[in-house]
Structures are given as C-alpha cells and as structure tokens.
Design a protein around this ligand. Structure first.
Ligand SMILES: [Zn+2]
Ligand SMILES: [Zn+2]
Length: 270
C-alpha cells in the first residue's frame, strides 16, 4: 500500500492525527511564549479535552453521513455549484466551494446565537473563562449533532465532491485552532491578515463575555462575511474578558459534568 492510498483510505485517522499535531504544537507554544505554568494550564485543558470523548463519536458518525450525501449529490449532478459559470475549471470549482461553504458556516454560527434552544448548546463553547487552543474542542455533543446536520444541508445544497470537504476540513482545522490561541498577532500584521482571515485577535472578541461583542465576528475561516454583513468588531486584549455573562461561575464552567448539563437548564437570556 502506498502512502497516498493509505491517506485516502484513512481520512478520519489522518485528520485526527493532523488535528492532534496542530493543537499540541500550539498548546506548547502557548506555555513557552506566555510563561504559563504547564500544570495549571493542563487542569484547564483536561476539562475541555473531555468534550472530545462525547463529541467525537457523534462527529465520526455524522461525517460518514455527510460523505454519503456528497456521494449522492455528485452521482445525480445535484447542487448549486453545477450552475456556476466555469465550474468545470478545478480552480473555480474548489475555490468557489470553499468560499460558499465558509458563508454557510457563518450563517450556521449566526443561527446558533439567535435561537435560544440552539444558543444553550453553543454557549458551552463560549462559557470557557480562559480561551486557549483547547477551547476549540469545547463543544457540546448536541452542538456537534446540529453542526454536522447543517453540514449535510450545505453539502446537499451546494453539491461538493468529497475531496472539497477533505481540503476544507484541513484548512478549517488549522484556522479554528489558531483562532483560539492566546498568542495574538501584532496589531500591524493582524490588520493585513485579518482583512481576509479570522485571526486570534478577531475571534477573541467573539469570546468577550458581554454583548454586543458576543454577537460579533462569527466568521469561521474568512473574516470577510463579518465585514460584509456588519458584524465585525475589534476589542483590545486588555478590555477582553472571556466567558458569557449569564454563566460566569467557575463552579459551573470548570466542571465538565456541570457544563454538559447547561443546555437542559432554564436559560436566563444574556
Ligand atoms: Zn459563537
Ligand atoms: Zn470560539
């Protein structure tokens, strides 16, 4: 078996190893560059890592369904991409789908904030009082189910081949983990990179505990949608406080068993 065929036959495993490598590298960089105590940081990380145990089975099962939808739409030449001019050109095909899928992720994220029933699941991600790379995996399994269900819908509407999904996942993994790191970009670099891409400086605003900032910077990989739809905001590091104003108690936020129950409790609106 060649390396290429191993990679294409074991995409789930390859994506997981890739995810683990990036998160570990950035986690160690955070310890080194912010002079954090590794022991203290690990206590916080441990809580977030527990979410992998609950979300991963849901993610793997649902992604296999997303891939089935992708196979079906391609077999039936279904999806908006087939109506795009020049879509036979691979560059047009891959780049257009990447951008359109990013718009779909933006819409999904806005929906998660606007409906109380969905917000209760999504606020688990926002409830982290110390945002770092481990916050990336702090996702309630209920949200994993909703997110991947929406993904099925996007694939059904747009019609991408599986390779588009694999490439997008590869970029998205790096982008999502990097967006949660405590290592902010220098302002001058952020001004340039942040014109197109979501940076830690941009995503940290979204994790500020109070409105309107919680409802700003919804972007997934690209920051262009926030600029386009008027949901872009900036906030200095010193003014940023992580969390959600309705759920600031460390007794809840630092205990896995308490956080996982949050979506099933009565919601005091933020
Ligand atoms: Zn959010
Ligand atoms: Zn986040």
């Amino acid at each position: 078996m060649t390396i290429q065929s191993f990679i294409s036959n074991n995409q789930d495993l390859v994506q997981l190893i890739y995810f683990a490598l990036i998160i570990t590298t950035l986690w160690c960089s955070e310890v080194i560059f912010t002079n954090s105590l590794a022991g203290e940081k690990f206590k916080h990380t441990r809580v977030n890592l527990l979410f992998i145990l609950t979300a991963l089975p849901v993610q793997l099962f649902m992604i296999s369904l997303v891939l089935l939808v992708s196979a079906w739409v391609n077999q039936h030449h279904w999806g908006l991409i087939n109506y795009l001019p020049f879509h036979e050109n691979p560059w047009v095909y891959y780049i257009s789908l990447f951008i359109l899928m990013d718009l779909c992720e933006y819409i999904y994220h806005v929906i998660m904030h606007k409906f109380d029933f969905l917000w209760k699941f999504h606020l688990v991600h926002h409830s982290d009082l110390k945002v770092d790379v481990s916050t990336t995996v702090r996702e309630h399994p209920g949200e994993t189910f909703v997110r991947t269900s929406f993904q099925m819908l996007w694939v059904f509407l747009l019609g991408p081949v599986a390779m588009v999904l694999v490439l997008r996942q590869t970029v998205q993994t790096f982008s999502n983990i990097a967006a949660h790191t405590t290592l902010r970009l220098p302002n001058r670099i952020n001004k340039i990179v942040g014109l197109i891409f979501v940076t830690p400086n941009i995503h940290q605003v979204h994790h500020h505990y109070q409105l309107p900032y919680t409802d700003r910077n919804y972007g997934d990989v690209l920051s262009i949608w926030d600029r386009l739809f008027g949901t872009y905001a900036e906030l200095e590091k010193e003014d940023t406080v992580f969390g959600v104003d309705t759920h600031m108690q460390p007794s809840v936020n630092t205990k896995f068993i308490n956080i996982i129950k949050v979506p099933f409790q009565k919601l005091e609106r933020k």
